[in-house]
Each structure stands twice: as structure tokens, then as C-alpha cells.
Design a protein around this ligand. Structure first.
Ligand SMILES: Cc1ncc(COP(=O)(O)O)c(C=O)c1O
Length: 405
């Protein structure tokens, strides 16, 4: 007789054992009142006090000196490249597995995108693959702290410094994380964050660049605000942006900045709960052959979980597609967990033409392995600590009856 619920066995969990305690996105009456206050203030953009306060608070929370608030986490990457002087035909190295926006931002700036393979444990840019991809035209590298696991900043920055390459941290998935005790986004020349609807703190849309360099801060501001200096008022420019530097309207809104101001104080407490969840899940799944969780970065002292990945690897699992495992888990009473983004060049939304990017000669085997063998477990579910041992029990049950799949 079948044991697994997907084959007609009884499910391990009932509906009460799986609760999402967190309303997403986070919202409450206090936040709604704050939004009304912004509304009645009439100061909705143009470097309003609300934006400035959020910039200060978010930068301080990440140990950076300057924050430049923008419309989303794609244009923050574009402006970072712009402020760093990346030009047409310069090469920008990005990981072979990330959300397409990391690569497209460099493409939109006219740069040639050079993909480099990832480390299969953390799912982030491999320092060795990065070094191999460097040419005399390489001007920038964008390590991504994917799903909240840190890229190896120490090694990547050391290699980049040796070759005079600017490091832009893509922290879209890394709100509130600390590497060697210092905030995400404060290690590279620029740190770029997204606050899109699903992110760990979320305002629908929004983004910020962090930097410790006052000159870069000024250029980032000019890049997002049509060329104005931060010292100037809208409508009365007194100085010129650098000749030829593209300057856009990529301003963020005071409303979204206010939503983020309300969410920021609760971030550390939530991340601590996520950490606890992952700790319990790791302990309770110990010994399940071929199962593991995405590894956090080597020197991470506090992980900014945006998700984590569940890996099913090795001879016991490799013939079973992870989507089938996800269906089996769902039948046992969990929600459905999906595959990660996959190798960028195969993503349906990736539309660079051949010659406009380069893919590693070895084909980026780690990016493909990770794509085939992991399921994304979203941060909203990491909130429910009581669910951790139940999830572990589901994985154990499937593992013990893997021959049924
Ligand atoms: C890794 C990564 N980089 C950049 C972005 C772009 O952010 P946005 O959607 O705010 O433009 C995202 C967005 O979801 C992302 O996941």
C-alpha cells in the first residue's frame, strides 16, 4: 500500500498544522495613518523629508554613510553602473544564476554582460569563476546575495581590487544581513536594494543605493534625479552633471519610503525568527541522505533571509524532478514550492541577442545543477517557527518512501 499522500496515502499534516501567521505585505492601522500624513503633507517626491529620513535610517541599519532612494531595484543597479562610469562596451560580470534584472541593468547601460558560474552551496557568484572571466575590459562585477545567502565578499573584493574592478552588491534579497559584522551593501562601492512587493521589507516598488563614498553618493543622486545635485532644489539647478553622464528620472515616492520606514524597525526581529526556523529545520533534517539547505555565506554573521532553498541531490533523488518532490510535499499538506530562477540565459524574459553577452565556456554546470535540484522556500513561511519540525517530518517521510516517486 502507498504511504505517500501523492499516491493515495494519508497526508502527514492537516490544515491546522500549516498556518501562515504573517499577513503579507505587512500592514496595519498605524502605517495607514502615516500614509495619510504623507498625503496631507503634499510632499510626495522631490527629495521630501520622508525620503531623506528613510535614506538615513536604512543606510544606518546597514552601516553605510549614504542612501539614495529610487523607484526600484533595477534602476538602482543601472544608476550604480552609471555613477561608476561604466560605458558602452565595458564588460560587467554577473552570476550565471540570478534574477534577470541583474544582467539586464548592465545591458541597458550598454555594457557587455559576462556571466560567470556560481558556487553550488551558497548559489552565489563563484570567486574562482569571477576571476577566470576577467578581461582587460572588465570594469565592474555584480555579486548577488541570492535568496539571502552572502556572496563571498572577502574573496570577490580582493580579486576586484587587484584588477581595479568596481564591486556593486546586488542586495535585492539581503535586507538587514551582516557580513563579518558589517551591513550588506556597505562592502562594495555601491549596494543596491529592491523593495518590490515580495521583498523582505516591501513597499510595492522601490529601491535604494547605499555607499560610503560622498562623490559616488552625489553622482547616484544626479543619475536618479535628471542631473540635479542633492544640494539643489527642484527647478533651480546651479551646477551641471558630468558631461555625457546619463541622468534619468528614477525618483522614488515619499509614500513608499514611509511604508518602508514603518517596516524597518521590525526587520531584525523577523530575520531572527527566520534564522531560528532554518536552525530547527537543519537540525531536524540531519541525516536525511541527499537533503540539505542553501548554505549561508562563509563570513555571514547575520543572514538577511529572503528565502532559503531546499536541495535534493545525489543518487537517491537525482532521477526525480524537484517539481515532483514539490507535488509530493504539497500532497502531505505543505504549500507548493517552486524552482529557483534558473540560469539567466535560459529565462524566458532574457532577450539579449547572441554577441551581446558571453556565457562561460564550461557551460556554467553549477548554475544548471542548482536549477535542477533545489526548491525555493519563501521567507513569508519562514516566519512560522512551529512549522519547521513539521516540514522536516514531511521531508523525512518523502525520503523514507522515495522509491514511490
Ligand atoms: C536579485 C535581484 N536583483 C534585482 C532585482 C530588481 O528589483 P526590482 O524588481 O525592484 O526592479 C530583483 C527583483 O526582484 C532581484 O531579485
Amino acid at each position: 500500500m502507498s504511504k505517500l499522500a501523492i499516491n493515495g496515502g494519508s497526508p502527514l499534516l492537516n490544515a491546522d498544522m500549516y498556518v501562515r501567521p504573517l499577513q503579507w505585505p505587512i500592514r496595519d492601522a498605524v502605517g495607514a495613518q502615516h500614509l495619510l500624513d504623507v498625503y496631507y503633507s503634499g510632499k510626495w517626491s522631490f527629495n521630501s523629508e520622508t525620503e531623506q529620513k528613510f535614506e538615513e535610517e536604512f543606510a544606518a541599519a546597514h552601516d553605510a554613510k549614504y542612501g539614495i532612494y529610487m523607484a526600484n531595484g533595477t534602476v538602482t543597479l543601472q544608476c550604480a553602473l552609471d555613477a561608476l562610469g561604466i560605458q558602452r562596451d565595458d564588460e560587467v560580470i554577473v552570476p550565471a544564476l540570478t534574477w534577470v534584472a541583474t544582467a539586464m541593468a548592465a545591458y541597458y547601460m550598454g555594457a557587455k554582460v559576462v556571466f560567470a558560474d556560481i558556487d553550488p552551496e551558497t548559489m552565489t557568484l563563484s570567486p574562482e569563476a569571477f576571476e577566470k572571466a576577467i578581461t582587460p575590459r572588465t570594469k565592474a562585477v555584480i555579486p548577488v546575495h541570492l535568496y539571502g545567502s552572502f556572496a563571498d565578499l572577502e574573496k570577490i573584493i580582493a580579486i576586484a581590487d587587484k584588477h581595479n574592478i568596481a564591486v556593486i552588491e546586488d542586495c535585492a534579497h539581503m535586507h538587514g544581513g551582516k557580513w563579518a559584522g558589517k551591513g550588506a551593501g556597505s562592502w562594495g562601492k555601491v549596494g543596491s536594494f529592491s523593495f518590490q512587493q515580495s521583498k523582505t521589507i516591501a513597499s510595492g516598488e522601490g529601491g535604494i543605493c547605499l555607499t560610503n563614498d560622498s562623490k559616488l553618493a552625489e553622482l547616484l543622486y544626479r543619475a536618479k534625479h535628471i542631473g540635479y545635485s542633492r544640494a539643489e532644489k527642484q527647478g533651480s539647478a546651479t551646477s551641471k552633471p558630468p558631461m555625457g553622464m546619463p541622468c534619468y528620472n528614477y525618483r522614488g515616492l515619499a509614500f513608499t519610503a514611509q511604508i518602508l520606514r514603518d517596516q524597518l524597525p521590525g526587520l531584525t526581529e523577523r530575520l531572527e525568527r527566520y534564522r531560528k526556523f532554518v536552525e530547527i529545520l537543519t537540525a531536524e533534517t540531519a541525516g536525511i541522505e541527499g537533503f540539505r539547505l542553501q548554505k549561508q555565506g562563509r563570513l555571514a554573521t547575520f543572514q538577511g533571509f529572503y528565502a532559503t532553498n531546499l536541495f535534493f541531490e545525489g543518487p537517491r533523488w537525482e532521477k526525480i524532478p524537484v517539481t515532483k518532490i514539490a507535488e509530493a510535499m504539497q500532497a502531505e499538506g505543505t504549500s507548493y514550492y517552486c524552482k529557483n530562477y534558473g540560469p539567466v540565459k535560459d529565462h524566458l524574459l532574457f532577450n539579449m541577442r547572441p554577441g551581446e553577452f558571453s556565457w562561460p565556456e564550461d557551460g556554467a554546470p553549477n548554475a544548471y545543477h542548482v536549477w535542477e535540484r533545489s526548491l525555493v522556500f519563501p521567507h513569508q513561511e519562514l516566519y512560522d517557527i512551529e512549522f519547521a519540525p513539521r516540514l522536516a517530518a514531511v521531508i523525512r517521510k518523502i525520503s523514507e518512501n522515495v522509491s514511490e516517486l
